[in-house]
Design a protein around this ligand. Structure first.
Ligand SMILES: Nc1ncnc2c1ncn2[C@@H]1O[C@H](COP(=O)(O)OP(=O)(O)OP(=O)(O)O)[C@@H](O)[C@H]1O
Ligand SMILES: [Mg+2]
Length: 331
């Protein structure tokens, strides 16, 4: 039997760079395959604004060819609730950009800087046409400062930036850090972005009344046996402990090559730190579309009420939406 807790991945700068492409699920995402919901005009407006943003890359032909207006901002920021298609649109934009271009989560960029050092990371990204940053959520003032500097310097050398979040740029960090210089830093960064607010319903059609599937403990083994390929089985508590031993930037490798994971004896989490690590772990499972089999407490119930009421509410709700999808065989 294979265990997640036996996997202790390492990650080099080269491996991080090789991974700076859209996740598997979004390899074919295009602006045309995005179907705007006409009840929410902001969705088709976002598609139009993204098309406009890409016009800068069209070869400029004759006299009447479209020129990028000098006032155009170098950044575009897609803000909205979970499941409205932000990552889909970001990947679609990435596909339209000329090489070299990068696509990663905020965490992947900060780990790149951590692995290579600031100057090497900057030199590597310099000259890119586009840098896409998914899930631009700032929990750490130090990381914010580094990213803010990196993006400002890249923009100054002609790179354009696209980012997504569940939070608009001027509300990032809201309710978590009050430090004035932190807020100033975000303001300077936010000024570089055209912000598009995308409204709508969770496209996965999994509202919070949906439940993550829990398999009776006695049936889990036979459920696991139905999967072919690599599937790990661990006690939920062991995985939570293991996630504390592996840096979140390496979770991507922790789940690499798995066809499914089984978690036994799921329990409600009592520590916010554990809960945030689980969120990061679920993000990587979701990117790789790895199904979850679980017994015990339904996974949509693992975040305690006081956590759901706190500053990380949106993160937890997004993780719940993703765990519902992954336990419903949508991986
Ligand atoms: N309007 C749409 N038309 C077609 N597919 C969509 C649309 N919106 C979302 N999808 C699909 O639904 C799934 C969820 O969308 P996506 O992950 O892009 O949402 P998100 O806003 O990034 O959510 P999250 O907050 O969880 O990151 C994806 O498979 C995406 O391709
Ligand atoms: Mg997303």
């Amino acid at each position: 039997m294979e265990h997640l807790t036996d996997r202790l991945p390492t990650l080099t700068g080269d491996e991080i760079i090789a991974h700076l492409v859209p996740p598997r699920q979004f390899v074919d995402a295009t602006l045309d395959s995005y179907r705007p919901d006409h009840d929410y005009p902001s969705q088709s407006e976002a598609v139009a604004a993204i098309r406009e943003f890409t016009s800068a890359w069209k070869p400029s032909g004759g006299l009447f060819s479209r020129r990028r207006s000098s006032s155009a901002l170098p950044g575009i920021y897609l803000d909205g609730g979970f499941g409205v298609g932000k990552t889909h649109l970001l990947a679609a934009l990435w596909h339209l950009a000329p090489p070299r271009k990068y696509f990663g989560t905020f965490l992947e960029y900060t780990s790149l800087v951590g692995a290579l050092g600031y100057q090497s990371a900057f030199q590597l990204l310099k000259g890119a046409s586009l840098i896409c940053i998914d899930e631009f959520e700032l929990d750490d003032p130090g990381d914010t400062r580094i990213m803010s500097r990196l993006l400002t310097e890249l923009v100054a050398t002609g790179t354009r930036i696209a980012a997504t979040s569940n939070t608009p740029p001027n509300a990032l960090g809201e309710g978590r850090f009050a430090a004035q210089d932190f807020l100033r830093e975000i303001d300077a960064l936010a000024a570089q972005f055209l912000t598009l607010r995308i409204d709508g319903l969770d496209y996965r059609r999994r509202d919070l009344e949906g439940h993550a599937v829990s398999t009776p403990a006695a049936d889990l083994e036979s459920a696991v046996a139905k999967y072919s390929g690599v599937i790990t089985t661990d006690r939920f508590a062991d995985v939570v402990n293991h996630l504390a031993k592996v840096h979140p930037s390496k979770y991507v490798k922790l789940v690499d090559g798995l066809d499914a994971i089984a978690l036994t004896d799921v329990r409600v989490l009592t520590s916010q730190t554990d809960a945030l690590r689980l969120v990061a772990f679920v993000d990587r499972l979701y990117d790789a579309q790895i199904p979850i089999l679980a017994s015990g407490t339904s996974l949509d119930q693992v975040f305690a009420d006081d956590m759901l009421a706190g500053g990380y509410r949106k993160k937890y709700l997004r993780a719940v939406s993703r765990m519902i999808a992954l336990t419903n065989g949508e991986g």
